[in-house]
Design a protein around this ligand. Structure first.
Ligand SMILES: [Zn+2]
Length: 210
C-alpha cells in the first residue's frame, strides 16, 4: 500500500507541475468519447469537476493509469509466466515500430485524434482489454498453436491479471482521495479562470449588435 501511495503522490505532483502550463489554445473540443476518461473511476476519485476541459482530466487519468499498468506488469512478470511471455512477445513486436504513440508524454498518451467510441457495457477501465487489443494483430513469426492445456492456463492467468488490475485500481483510487484538495485547488487556480475567460469571450461574440 505504501508503494502505491508513493507512486500516486508522484503522479499528482507531476500533474500539478503541468497544470499551470495548460492553455486553452492547446485545447480542442472533442466530438467523440475518450475511452480512457469516460466513466473512469480515477476521475471520480480525483474530485476534478465534471466541466473541466478534457485535456486536463486526461493528463491526470493517463498518469494514474500508468501506475496501474506498471504494477500489473510487475505482477504479471513475477507470477504469470505464460501471460508474461505472450505480452513480451507482443512488446518486442511493438518496438519494431508498430505503436505510433510510444514514448509520448502522459499528457498526450492515448489522445487519439480519432479514437474509437467507448465500448458499451464496459465502464470499468482496469481490465486487460486494452492490452488484449494490442496483442490482437498477428505476430510477425508463425508459431505452433497453443495446446488446450496452455490455452486454459493462459485464460486463468488473464483472469488473475484482471483481478490484480481491479485491486490495484481500487487502491490507486483510494490513495487519490487524499489528494483531492490540491487537485481541486489547482483547477480553481489555473484552469477555471481560463475557461471563464473563454466563455466570456464567446458570449461577447454572441451578443446581438447594438
Ligand atoms: Zn481522455
Amino acid at each position: 500500500m505504501g508503494r502505491i501511495d508513493g507512486r500516486v503522490n508522484r503522479a499528482v505532483d507531476a500533474w500539478l507541475e503541468w497544470v499551470p502550463k495548460w492553455e486553452p489554445a492547446a485545447y480542442r473540443a472533442r466530438t467523440r468519447l475518450c475511452r480512457r476518461c469516460t466513466g473512469s473511476p480515477v476521475l471520480v476519485a480525483s474530485g476534478i469537476p465534471e466541466g473541466t476541459p478534457h485535456q486536463v482530466k486526461h493528463a491526470l487519468v493517463s498518469r494514474v493509469q500508468r501506475i496501474v499498468d506498471r504494477l500489473v506488469e510487475e505482477y504479471t512478470e513475477e507470477h504469470l509466466p505464460m501471460l508474461h511471455s505472450e505480452l513480451s512477445g507482443a512488446d518486442m513486436w511493438r518496438v519494431g515500430g508498430y505503436d505510433p504513440a510510444a514514448g509520448l508524454d502522459p499528457e498526450y498518451d492515448g489522445l487519439d485524434p480519432d479514437p474509437e467510441p467507448a465500448e458499451a457495457g464496459q465502464p470499468f477501465l482496469f481490465t486487460l482489454a486494452g492490452l488484449a487489443a494490442d496483442v490482437q494483430p498477428e505476430p510477425p513469426l508463425p508459431r505452433p498453436p497453443l495446446s488446450q492445456q496452455e490455452k486454459d492456463q493462459l485464460r486463468r492467468e488473464i483472469e488473475l491479471a484482471d483481478l490484480r488490475a481491479a485491486d490495484v485500481g481500487n487502491e490507486v483510487c483510494f490513495a487519490l482521495l487524499g489528494h483531492r484538495p490540491r487537485i481541486v485547488s489547482a483547477i480553481d487556480r489555473f484552469v477555471e479562470p481560463q475557461v471563464r475567460a473563454m466563455l466570456d469571450e464567446l458570449s461577447r461574440h454572441l451578443e446581438p449588435p447594438a
